[in-house]
Design a protein around this ligand. Structure first.
Ligand code: CNA
Length: 329
């Protein structure tokens, strides 16, 4: 099993890409948490983060800060929830998530599919899952295009994604603005000799229900996605430069359970507003809320549309979606 992080503080020590364990999950919180309503307690945006007597921030306040350019270095963290409207199941949603619908007689528990030791022992279940993730099967949705608009307007400092579906790139956000923290299917390499394998060869095998093999040493070829037990890519270190200068953190569609990614949510300055849009509260935003947090709970598409409306971007967003989804891929 992947190693469980015992606390955020411990996770902070693991932040380097060569950290002890990527993908360690957060411990569950005994007794659960109380969901926080729409706007958590707040003080003024640039004042002291600990003063809860001042005015609370709402999503409208966030929109006004962006419109006034008081927030113009936005860091975004996303998870599988932003791709469920594209038809890709997440891991943990009850009923629809991969973990609850999972049935595979060759696998002892669902997470094993993404564990390196199990993969090296039996790679077939992973490739059965991977076949469904073929890049041609899914397209970006309105959430990806909202983030693209954020970039087009010069507001996106960096987008940190846990997703491996490549839909952020497909939406037109340049690679320089992305940190694909858990890698992607865009490249693949041999688990034995480490040689890079052409993506076309990899996909040809996967789509033909064959385990991809290295043409040189016959080792199993694995896409360059980060498994439990593997180090994160070097680019993850960009967080050391990005988070301290961010003036807004937007967190979308993640259960904040996988470390070290989840702890990034605590890496912005305490005076910086954090907006969390998700079906339910999670991670540090649930158990250690800050005064400037804004929680927009419920469906993400609704939340993003609401923010776009408050920003006055609705028409632009519609145009962008229409233009991009009309493209032949
Ligand atoms: P997760 O643990 O499955 O959590 C997803 C979160 O999104 C949950 O809290 C859901 O309630 C929420 N959510 C899902 N759909 C919606 C919606 N429409 N509106 C609002 N909230 C929604 O996934 P995480 O990303 O937190 O976990 C990290 C893993 C999952 C990453 O390392 C990924 O590689 C992995 N994953 C990625 C994909 C992908 O690339 N699309 C798909 C499945 C899993």
């Amino acid at each position: 099993m992947a190693q469980w992080a015992s606390s955020a503080v411990r996770a902070l020590r693991l932040w380097g890409p060569g950290g002890e364990r990527a993908w360690a999950r957060r411990p569950r919180i005994a007794g659960g948490w109380t969901p926080i309503p729409f706007s958590a307690g707040v003080s003024s945006v640039f004042g002291n983060g600990g003063d809860s007597k001042k005015e609370k921030l709402s999503l409208q306040d966030i929109a006004e800060l962006i419109r006034a350019r008081a927030c113009q270095r936005v860091v975004v963290m996303v998870g599988a929830g932003i791709s469920t409207p594209s038809g890709i199941p997440d891991f943990r949603s009850p009923g629809t998530g991969f973990y609850s619908s999972f049935q595979h007689c060759d696998v002892p528990y669902p997470e094993a599919i993404f564990e390196l030791t199990f993969f090296l022992h039996n790679p077939s279940p992973f490739f059965t899952w991977a076949k469904k993730m073929h890049p041609g099967n899914y397209r970006p949705n309105i959430i990806h295009y909202f983030l693209r608009l954020l970039h087009d307007k010069g507001l996106l400092l960096r987008l940190y994604t846990q997703n491996i579906d490549g839909l952020e790139r497909a939406s037109g956000i340049p690679g320089s603005k992305l940190v694909e923290a858990h890698g992607s299917f865009a490249s693949a390499s041999c688990t034995v000799c480490q040689r890079t394998s052409p993506a076309e060869d990899f996909w040809a095998s996967v789509m033909g229900d064959r385990v991809p093999r290295c043409t040189v040493c016959t080792g199993v070829v694995k896409p360059d996605i980060v498994f439990f037990g593997e180090a994160l890519p070097q680019r993850f270190l960009l967080h050391l430069a990005d988070f301290p200068i961010a003036d807004l953190l937007l967190i979308l569609g993640t259960s904040l359970q996988v470390e070290p990614f989840a702890s990034l949510s605590e890496a912005v300055r305490s005076s910086v507003p954090r907006v969390f849009m998700n079906q339910e509260a999670a991670g540090a935003l649930a158990w250690r809320p800050r005064s400037r947090d804004v929680l927009q709970l419920g469906d993400l598409v609704d939340g993003v549309k609401m923010l776009a409306e408050l920003l006055g971007w609705t028409e632009e967003l519609k145009d962008l979606v229409q233009r991009e989804t009309g493209k032949v891929l």
